[in-house]
Design a protein around this ligand. Sequence first.
Ligand code: UGA
Length: 438
Amino acid sequence: MSSICVIGTGYVGLVTGTCFADLGNEVTCLDIDAAKIEGLKKGILPIYEPGLEEIVRRNYEAGRLCFTTSYTEAVPNAEFIFIAVGTPQGEDGSADLTYVEQAASQIAKHLAGHTIIINKSTVPIGTGDLVAGIVDRSLNGNRSTATFSVVSNPEFLKEGSAIQDFQHPDRVVLGSTNRQAAEQVAELYAPLSAPVIITDLRTAEMIKYASNAILATRISFINEIAQMCEALSADVKVVAEGMGYDKRIGPQFLQAGIGYGGSCFPKDVKALAHMAEQSNLHPQLLLAVMDINYDARRFFVQKIERTLGSVANRVIGVWGLAFKPNTDDMREAASVDIISLLVRKGAIVQVYDPVAMKTAQRVLPGAVTFCKDPYECADNADAVLLLTEWNEFKQLDMERVKGLMKKPVLLDGRNLYEPAEMGKLNFNYHSVGRPAVK
Ligand code: UGA
């Protein structure tokens, strides 16, 4: 059993802290946001993540998990301190390290004995050295006898399946100048029986960016193929399936649609491209990946316009707002760009999402109407758009939907439905990279 402090109670910090507590460790989650911490103490989670609430409650009640805003309380007794704070995007695409720097200086002020500081936030290559420098200078300035090592331990959790991803990782990556410190962190993960890679700080940091970049590249690749499939009357879903059986290619992250969103891919691809440019390199592939991703949203709006003639004064229902299913996260959601464009072009937009209605209200244009269910959202609509592939939308009574709509026009941005079935139901059905049914 180890004593762990996790700084930051966002997706990464809260899932990491809670799951380590569930493995039997003593974990303190620290956040400077007092309202978040008060909520957590009452069992109110600041995020929606399936299964997390139950594990938080169980470990909190067992006394293995506690919450605080106080570095004085959390840092001195911790053997391991994970930094899992946000790294928002700076104006030029670089990652903003303000929160990481603040956490590092606060940790340094309260360190006692020997502590391993672990960076879990996605940080530009070189940040491990930066954190070490901040802590080192602060300890020297205070004539402290405390000692520390820095380890980079990037996370590979997906929102919506973060607990499963923590408990069954494909690999654990640890980078450090101190191999022994990395091995001690590896011990924390030992119960999960995953392959462990121990390397230097910068290589570990690059593994994180390169992993997200290749996944984003696969999505943009299949979206480019989808464009060609549309032009040449092929079916991208079957193309991806046919490619995916090749073990060298694999089936994952080849779903064509309206592109990637969320708090990671858009920011990380941009930050990696920025780092390349800072090094006088020309990251052509990453720049194309970003362009194609933006185009996927634009092309979808063009498809709506082609189908309806014009969108001005047309009633458009939108099913799904979150950047992907099983989350209420609206960061960089394709729905925001698509809806904003439609509203600007004069469309009357009504929306529904099973979970993200509250978060969506903060980011969608004021003119949008929020509906209580998918049927109300389809009521009187000239077209319905499917933008997030929630399970709930697979089970709908499509005859009822058709009866409610002004015209049975369905534009599926995630290829959730089967064209043949939609044809049988007499929908005018358009998806991405597959033949339309009219
Ligand atoms: C992503 C990575 O998958 C995680 O491994 C990583 O830890 C995380 O970023 C991070 O850096 O923190 P996440 O952003 O939660 O996780 O979501 P994904 O499931 O990867 O989906 C990202 C976006 O790509 C979504 O908008 C999704 O709809 C889209 N997507 C995904 C596609 O358009 N097609 C696909 O085939 C797969």
